[in-house]
Design a protein around this ligand. Structure first.
Ligand code: PHE
Length: 446
């Protein structure tokens, strides 16, 4: 069978790190702090944590199970675990579409990170006086050329890694880089502990008296729990498919969700401690980390070194996530249509790069072009996070809970009765209804 030659992860640890590598990315370090700021803090964080536990972890288990069982890409996986030509391929298709749109704007943000890495290395990031540090971002946004070049470089790096394949590409890098990222974050956490804004940051993030929830806020919390765990679009199905049959999926899913959440919260504390120490705006949007971090780095001895290391690591974290996005599409074309891996990688990447130009130019040439009141960048972000991933997630959850049913839940839970029952009823009822309610509330009002 084709399965015999199918690439697999080298070890259990390699798999967990790769899955964590997909989950941990810009969603944790760039997006989580900025949407928390926009939504006012604590209450939003609580809802988000609830979503991770109630919806995220069960759907993550379901996706890994479907992939592992099927040993195939995100579209075919539904056929292999159910029956050929089933309509359940729909979530697979939706997933491919999501991968295209997400990677298109993800790569643009990845480009900003790359640009900041470059500025740190060359010492340009921290030379302007503190009140002018924000200018760097404004200038970057205003330049179509810089935006395009950075977006291109990020996409090109992703291509190189995906081409190398599962073992040589994905595995080798995540194994080294994820632990280093974690250590640097710990270091920064220790540093911001001594800032005067630290207590305020803690209460901003963890006091439920901070902020209030709007319909958009709810949707953003649910949507982000999918985004940050790479759910609802087949990435975890694809990664699960590189897993051999013996693996404790519940443990793996809990480990991945735990690490992902930990990194997001740590990033949040670091960013908001800086925000409250230097009188910056918590709700300043997508530019938040770029406006805050350099201010802290500028105050540190050897700040340029810390800045370089940190942006470099965010770059790698973003890269391991981008790789998983591209892998979803590439795995489909190579397996289901027999397209050569290299060709499929390059072709898809070119299309995604071109689509991404719409986002790269959203801050300058195309700034005035609005669809439903949003620039392309915001549109692609909202459309995927708030609609496509949650809808994909509901479908996958229902497929697992109802179509695959009891047997699947038992297997996924390693025959642990209570865990299987919980998994079954969450994927059947609780998770789909919770997500539907929030969607309904956003579109029609409750
Ligand atoms: N989870 C990644 C992040 O938080 C983004 C991602 C979404 C990756 C969907 C793959 C699939 O940055």
């Amino acid at each position: 069978l084709a399965n015999a030659q199918r690439a697999h992860w080298g070890s259990r640890l390699a798999f967990i790190l790769a899955a964590a590598g997909s989950a941990i990315g810009l969603g944790n370090i760039w997006k989580f702090p900025y949407i928390t700021g926009v939504n006012g803090g604590g209450l939003f964080v609580l809802v988000y944590l609830g979503c991770i536990l109630l919806v995220g972890v069960p759907v993550l288990i379901a996706e890994l199970y479907i992939g592992q069982k099927a040993q195939s890409n995100a579209v075919t996986a539904f056929e292999r675990t159910h029956k050929p030509k089933t309509l359940w391929r729909l979530p697979g298709w939706l997933g491919l579409a999501s991968a295209f749109f997400i990677l298109s704007f993800y790569s643009v943000v990845g480009g900003w990170i790359l640009y900041y890495t470059y500025l740190s290395i060359t010492g340009q990031l921290l030379t302007p006086p503190p009140e002018e540090i924000g200018k760097t971002l404004t200038e970057l946004f205003a330049s179509p050329l810089t935006q395009t070049v950075c977006h291109f470089l990020f996409m090109a790096t992703t291509v190189v890694i995906v081409m190398a394949g599962v073992k040589n590409g994905l595995e080798r890098w995540t194994k080294i880089l994820m632990p280093v990222l974690f250590l640097i974050l710990v270091g920064l956490l220790v540093r911001v502990f001594f800032l005067e804004g630290f207590p305020k940051a803690i209460s901003f993030l963890f006091s439920i008296h901070e902020g209030e929830m709007t319909a958009h806020g709810w949707m953003e919390a649910v949507g982000h729990s999918f985004f940050t765990l790479s759910l609802g679009m087949g990435a975890m199905i694809t990664y699960g498919s590189y897993l051999s049959e013996k693996e404790n999926l519940v443990r793996a899913a809990v480990a991945v969700a735990f690490l992902d959440t930990l990194i997001a919260l740590m990033a949040g504390v670091v960013i908001f401690a800086i925000v409250f120490s230097f009188g910056l705006q918590p709700s300043s949007g997508p530019g938040l980390i770029f406006a805050t971090l350099p201010v802290l780095f500028a105050q540190m001895t050897g700040g340029w070194l810390v800045a370089t290391a940190f942006f470099l690591l965010i770059f790698f974290a973003a890269l391991t996530s981008a790789v998983s996005l591209l892998e979803v599409v590439v795995a489909y074309w190579t397996e289901s249509h027999g397209v050569d891996r290299h060709r499929s990688t390059v072709t898809n990447a070119v299309v995604i790069f071109i689509l991404g130009l719409l986002s790269a130019l959203s801050t300058n040439v195309l700034a005035e072009v609005k669809i439903l009141g949003l620039t392309f960048f915001d549109l692609f972000d909202k459309m995927t996070s708030s609609y496509m991933l949650p809808i994909g997630g509901i479908l996958i959850s229902v497929f697992f809970g109802w179509t695959l049913g009891k047997q699947a839940a038992l297997n996924a839970a390693n025959r642990l009765g209570p865990v299987a029952v919980a998994l079954l009823w969450i994927t059947r009822i609780a998770a789909p209804i919770a997500v539907l309610l929030v969607l309904w509330n956003l579109v029609f009002g409750l």
